[in-house]
Design a protein around this ligand. Structure first.
Ligand code: ATP
Length: 370
């Protein structure tokens, strides 16, 4: 067992409350009813007190993995350890209720006919279900102190989500699992609740594993992100690693927007139609260079700029999309269509002639056949 990490000063509300454990999943394989495996040798892990996002497209096996960690599903092969202790594996399977794992489901799954307090008390020992300091404590932690007598139907979607969270933490689990926690909320509420839950998880310092198909959510909440595709972990690492050094072209495209610029590797840089681009590992021959839209600068082209070295080629603005916090552009340069994003008001107009310049750090590249 490891204690939660040190907390910020002034965080009296939750300080020292949670004892939490790391989680390790090793070589987990699972198929249903003799079908093809939906998980194929999955390895993921998260340290005590940190948050792991399981990110992937629909059907890639995220929920199945979460259910295996919870003990609700048994894998064909593989091991799950919580706090270093095997809970699933060759030695057997510890039942879900003995794992000290709290789970929040997609649809909150609150009982409509029970009060908020009774909902929160649901996972507690029978004697504590109607009234217990743990119920009040959990409600206070999620910012719903004094609302125990309300019925779920009188609460907003966000408040209901917090009740579900209170119910999961009331028995003082060592690990929290969240399955698509924001998927039932509308876009505006989603952002607000996401921040609230993020703040709460940081304060609690409880090990959390959550499933999402939303990259923003995974990056914002996850200290680490494991990206799954077709039952396999494509990459796991910090959000920065996954975003800036994706291992595959598919992943580069899945997490954020990506331009793949054809280039010719010359060791630690590539010669491309938008100029020389530094590379994070050496390349020779024909490659595709990953260029994120925010790593491109746009300069209006001077009228006399017909000739020029590589990177000085003139391109044309095909589309300008102003979204308030930034502006996105589609730029055509010969047969290349490139997306550029700048955190500013539009600096050029549709039809204008511009030059593209790479402004990011050493970037990754892919073989053409990837
Ligand atoms: P989503 O985001 O759509 O929920 P997911 O990544 O969470 O997808 P899973 O729910 O884990 O994916 O499902 C992975 C695959 O396993 C799917 O093809 C699904 O149909 C199948 N599957 C999941 N549970 C079962 C089950 N109990 N019986 C049979 N097949 C199942």
């Amino acid at each position: 067992m490891a204690e939660a990490p040190a907390r910020e000063a002034g965080d009296e509300r939750t300080a020292g409350w949670v004892a939490t454990d790391g989680v390790e999943v090793v070589g987990v394989t699972k198929s249903f009813d003799g079908g093809p495996p939906v998980l194929r040798g999955v390895d993921v892990s998260i340290e005590a007190g940190r948050t792991l996002a399981l990110l992937g497209p629909s059907g890639c096996g995220k929920t199945t993995l979460l259910r295996i960690i919870a003990g609700l599903e048994v894998p064909d092969r593989g091991i799950v350890r919580v706090g270093g202790k095997e809970v699933t594996g060759p030695k057997g399977v510890v039942p879900p209720e003995k794992r000290r794992i709290g789970m929040v489901f997609q649809d909150h799954a609150l009982f409509p006919h029970l009060s908020v307090a009774r909902n929160v008390g649901f996972g507690l020992p029978r004697a504590e279900r109607r009234s217990s300091p743990r119920i009040d404590e959990a409600l206070e932690m999620v910012g719903l102190a004094g609302m125990g007598d309300r019925m779920p139907s009188t609460l907003s979607g966000g408040q209901q989500q917090r009740v579900a969270l209170a119910r999961a933490i009331a028995p003082r689990p060592r690990v929290l699992l969240l399955d698509e926690p924001f998927s039932n909320l509308d876009a505006t509420l989603r952002v607000t609740i996401r921040t609230e839950i993020h703040q709460l998880l940081v304060e609690l310092g409880i090990t959390t594993i959550f499933v999402t198909h939303d990259q923003d959510e995974a990056f914002i909440l996850g200290d680490r992100v494991a990206v799954l595709s077709e039952g396999e972990v494509v990459q796991s690492g910090s959000p920065e690693e996954v975003y800036l050094r994706p291992r595959t072209r598919w992943l580069a495209d899945f997490v954020g927007e990506a331009n793949f610029i054809p280039g010719s590797g010359r060791g630690d840089y590539a010669v491309t139609p938008i100029g020389d681009v530094p590379l994070e590992r050496p390349a020779e021959g024909e490659v595709e260079v990953l260029v994120r839209p925010e790593h491109l600068d746009l300069h209006p082209a001077a009228p006399d700029s017909g000739e020029g070295r590589a990177g000085d080629e003139v391109a044309q603005v095909e589309l300008v999309e102003y979204v308030g916090h930034d502006t996105s552009y589609l730029i055509r340069q010969d047969d290349l269509l490139v997306r550029v994003r700048r955190p500013s008001l539009p600096v050029v107009e549709r039809g204008e002639r511009v030059r593209l310049r790479y402004s990011g750090g050493p970037t990754t590249w892919f073989d053409l056949e990837d």
